[in-house]
Write a protein that binds this ligand. Structure first.
Ligand SMILES: Nc1ncnc2c1ncn2[C@@H]1O[C@H](COP(=O)(O)OP(=O)(O)OP(=O)(O)O)[C@@H](O)[C@H]1O
Ligand SMILES: [Mg+2]
Length: 192
């Protein structure tokens, strides 16, 4: 492999006068697990949101699998992509949010099948079978029919992880993943 899966170059983000990100650069390689550790308010969530294009960056660039995110270069100038093009790029990343954002009126299983069926057009029965397998992987096979309000915080996060994995993203972003301690789940943290 000759290029990183994610290349972040000199990314800055201001909220009004406040600078949340100041020329951040880093690479993440395929198969690598990179942990960002920093004080509350130091910009961890903001950086993940920039990678997932939920927050726009002010300067710098982010490349995913060699593709520049959010903009395209033509004739030496940058043009912003359409919402549709951005949505297509966003499908390559899965994000587990700090607050897990499960659909409250859907069961664990329905939360996981929603994206594959509605967005990717997968068959309901295939999506269900895969969702059950993912629930098993996060140790929650017995909770398939439970609603988020019936699950603990860590269990909700595990459903959110399964939901993100169901979309088969090339990159997973976890915001504050520590509440979900998954049986037989191993993560390797590389020093940054
Ligand atoms: N939409 C916004 N408008 C204004 N300021 C914001 C906005 N989002 C984040 N900030 C500010 O940017 C800074 C970074 O926030 P961020 O959520 O990225 O921090 P964090 O490192 O994830 O913190 P925590 O560990 O508490 O989750 C904070 O000072 C926050 O108040
Ligand atoms: Mg945060």
């Amino acid at each position: 492999m000759t290029r990183p899966l994610v290349a972040i170059r000199s990314v800055s983000k201001n909220f009004g006068e406040f600078q949340a990100l100041n020329r951040v650069s880093l690479d993440v390689w395929a198969g690598e697990v990179l942990c960002l550790i920093g004080a509350s308010g130091s910009g961890k969530t903001t950086l993940l949101r920039c990678i997932n294009q939920l927050t726009s960056i002010d300067s710098g660039g982010i490349w995913l699998d060699g593709e520049l995110l959010g903009v395209r270069e033509e004739g030496g100038r940058l043009h912003r992509l359409t919402e549709r093009q951005i949505a297509r790029q966003r499908l390559k990343t899965g994000m587990v949010f700090q607050r897990f954002n499960l659909f409250p009126h859907k069961t664990a299983l329905e939360n996981i099948t929603e994206g594959p069926v509605q967005v990717q057009g997968r068959k309901q029965e295939d999506a269900r079978a895969e969702a059950m397998e993912l629930l098993g992987r996060v140790g929650l096979a017995a909770k398939a029919d439970a609603y988020p309000s019936q699950l603990s915080g860590g269990q909700q996060q595990r459903v959110a992880i399964a939901r993100a994995l169901a979309m088969k993203p090339m990159l997973m972003l976890f915001d504050e993943p520590t509440s979900a301690s998954i049986p037989n789940w191993s993560a390797r943290c590389s020093p940054s």
